[in-house]
Design a protein around this ligand. Structure first.
Ligand code: SF4
Ligand code: SF4
Length: 475
C-alpha cells in the first residue's frame, strides 16, 4: 500500500465518551464508528501520510487484520482517506424539465408597512403598487397544473408585499385552484407569510378552512419588533401585530403557525426573542434569518454581530438538544431544519429548489427564479402566457451546478451548496458568487449540528421520527 492521507473536507467526526459518529459530507450520511474504525481515524488525523507498516505497528494484536481491512476499505470508498487530495465532483445535470411542485404568486408589490430591511427592490405603498389581477393568477395556476406533471400535490404560495392587502383575489384564486386541482386529480396546498396587521376573524376562518400554512413575520417584543418593523408613516406595529397574533393562535386549528424573525442591526437577542414568541405568544416554531443587505447597508449585521448571533444560536441549540434527549419538542426552527437535513441525508448540489421545482410569478405574469427575484434586475424565465423559457432556465441551472472552488472542498457543501442566489445577487450582483462573509458561521453551524445530532442519536434515537412527523404538520 502506498501512503494514504486524511481528506478533512469529506467528513466531520464527533466523539461522546467512548462513542464516535462520523458525517460523510458528500452524501450527508452518518455512521457510528466501531472501536477499530475510530482508532484508525485517529491515526490518520494525527499522521500526515500513513503506510501499511504504520497501521500494523499501531494496531497489531489488538484488532484482527479483517477488522482493520474492513474499516480501511470503507474509508477509502468514502474518500475519507486517499493517496492524494481527492474531491468529490458531482457532474452537472442538464435540467431540461423539472416538474413544478410550488409556484409563488407575487400578488402585489405593495405593503402597508415600511420595514427598514425589506429586500424588495420595487416595494411601494398599497396605493401605488403594481398588483396581479385574477386572470394572471389563474393562468399561473394553469401553468402550475401543466408543469407539475406527475406530482399529485402542488403548493401555491401567496406573496407580496403584504399578500393580505389582496385578500379578495386570494379568495378567488383559492377557489379556482381547488377546482383545477380536483379536475387534474391533484391536491392544492396553500401558504402565505404575513405581517399579520390585516388579519380579521373572517380572514382567519377562511385561511383555516383552506388549511393554509401560515408564517408571521414578527421580530420579538415591542421594543425589538418596532425597531425595524414600522408603518410607512414610521409608527410602531407591535401592538397591532401582537393583538392579531393572539386571535390567530386562538382561532387557527388546521395547522401550527410559525414565526419568522429577521435579525437586523441592533436586534440580536435571540434568546429573548425566542422566549417571547414561543413561550409567551405561543408560536409553534420560531425561525431566524439575518436581514438581506448590501455591504454598506445600516441594517445588515456586522461580522461581530454575526458572531453574537451564532453564539446565541448555539445556546438555544443546546436547549434543543437537552429537550430532544428527554423526547420533548423544542420550537427553534433553525435547529429543527438542521436536524431534519441531517436525518434525511440531504445532499445538495443546488442551494435550494428555485428553478427546479419552485418558480415565482411577478404581478405582470413574468416568471422568476423565486419570489425574491420578482421585480429585481435578474433575468426572467418566460411568462404565464408563453410558458417557461426552458433554454435560459436550463442554462442558469447548469451554471448553478458548477460550484465555486472554495465550495468544492468545504465541509458544509452538502448542506449549503454555495448559499442563496438572492443573497449573493443582493451583495455582489452575481447570483453565483457565494457570500463568503457567512461561510465561517455556516461551517461552524454544520459542525455544531453534527455534534447535536450525534448526541441526540446516541441518547434518544427515537426522537427524530417523532420530531419530523410533528414538523411536517407545518407544511
Ligand atoms: S458558500 Fe461557503 S459555506 Fe457554503 S459551501 Fe461554499 S464555501 Fe462552504
Ligand atoms: S434563491 Fe434564496 S430566497 Fe430564493 S428560494 Fe433560494 S434560498 Fe430562498
Amino acid at each position: 500500500m502506498a501512503t494514504l492521507q486524511i481528506q478533512p473536507h469529506n467528513y466531520r467526526a464527533v466523539r461522546k465518551g467512548d462513542r464516535q459518529v462520523l458525517l460523510h459530507v458528500p452524501t450527508t450520511s452518518i455512521f457510528e464508528l466501531d472501536p477499530a474504525a475510530s482508532e484508525l481515524l485517529g491515526l490518520f488525523e494525527a499522521t500526515p501520510a500513513v503506510s501499511a507498516d504504520d497501521i500494523q505497528s499501531r494496531f497489531d494484536g489488538r484488532y484482527t487484520p479483517a477488522e482493520l481491512c474492513d474499516s480501511l476499505s470503507d474509508f477509502i470508498d468514502l474518500g475519507i482517506v486517499a493517496p492524494q487530495p481527492k474531491h468529490y465532483e458531482i457532474p452537472a445535470r442538464i435540467v431540461e424539465r423539472s416538474p413544478l411542485k410550488t409556484l409563488v404568486l407575487t400578488l402585489t408589490t405593495g405593503c402597508n408597512l415600511g420595514c427598514s430591511y425589506c429586500y424588495r427592490e420595487d416595494l411601494t405603498s398599497p396605493k401605488n403598487s403594481s398588483v396581479m389581477d385574477f386572470q394572471t393568477g389563474a393562468r399561473s395556476i394553469d401553468l402550475l397544473m401543466d408543469e407539475a406533471c406527475e406530482n399529485e400535490r402542488v403548493g401555491i404560495v401567496f406573496f407580496g408585499g403584504e399578500p393580505l392587502t389582496r385578500i379578495a383575489v386570494i379568495r378567488d384564486l383559492v377557489e379556482y385552484a381547488e377546482d383545477k386541482a380536483a379536475a387534474a386529480g391533484k391536491e392544492a396546498e396553500f401558504s402565505l407569510t404575513t405581517n399579520a396587521t390585516l388579519l380579521t376573524d373572517e380572514i382567519i376562518d377562511f385561511l383555516d378552512a383552506h388549511r393554509f400554512g401560515i408564517t408571521v413575520s414578527i421580530d420579538g417584543d415591542q421594543a425589538q419588533h418596532d425597531r425595524h418593523r414600522r408603518t410607512i408613516a414610521g409608527g410602531g406595529t407591535y401592538r397591532t401585530v401582537a393583538m392579531r397574533v393572539k386571535r390567530l393562535l386562538e382561532r387557527y386549528k388546521s395547522k401550527p403557525v410559525g414565526a419568522r424573525v429577521t435579525l437586523a442591526s441592533g436586534n440580536l437577542d435571540v434568546a429573548a426573542i425566542y422566549k417571547h414568541l414561543h413561550d409567551e405568544l405561543g408560536f409553534f416554531e420560531v425561525g431566524f434569518a439575518p436581514a438581506t443587505a448590501g455591504p454598506d447597508s445600516p441594517v445588515g449585521l456586522s461580522r461581530e454581530e454575526l458572531d453574537i448571533v451564532f453564539e446565541a444560536f448555539k445556546a438555544l441549540g443546546r436547549e434543543y438538544i437537552s429537550e430532544a434527549k428527554r423526547g420533548r419538542r423544542h420550537g427553534f426552527g433553525n435547529m429543527q431544519q438542521l436536524m431534519t437535513d441531517l436525518w434525511m441525508g440531504t445532499r445538495k448540489v443546488l442551494p435550494c429548489g428555485a428553478g427546479v421545482g419552485l418558480l415565482a410569478v411577478g404581478t405582470s405574469g413574468k416568471i422568476s427564479l423565486c419570489h425574491r427575484f420578482t421585480g429585481s434586475g435578474l433575468e426572467t424565465f418566460g411568462d404565464v402566457d408563453n410558458g417557461i423559457a426552458r433554454e435560459s432556465l436550463t442554462q442558469f441551472m447548469t451554471r448553478a451546478q458548477a460550484p465555486h472552488g472554495a465550495c468544492q472542498v468545504c465541509p458544509a457543501r452538502s448542506l449549503c451548496a454555495g448559499g442563496c442566489y438572492h443573497e449573493s445577487y443582493s451583495r455582489s450582483g452575481d447570483p453565483f458568487q457565494p457570500t463568503f462573509e457567512y461561510c465561517d458561521q455556516i461551517r461552524a453551524w454544520t459542525a455544531f449540528g453534527l455534534e447535536a445530532f450525534g448526541e441526540i442519536a446516541l441518547a434518544n434515537p427515537a426522537f427524530f421520527n417523532a420530531a419530523l412527523e410533528q414538523r411536517s404538520a407545518l407544511q
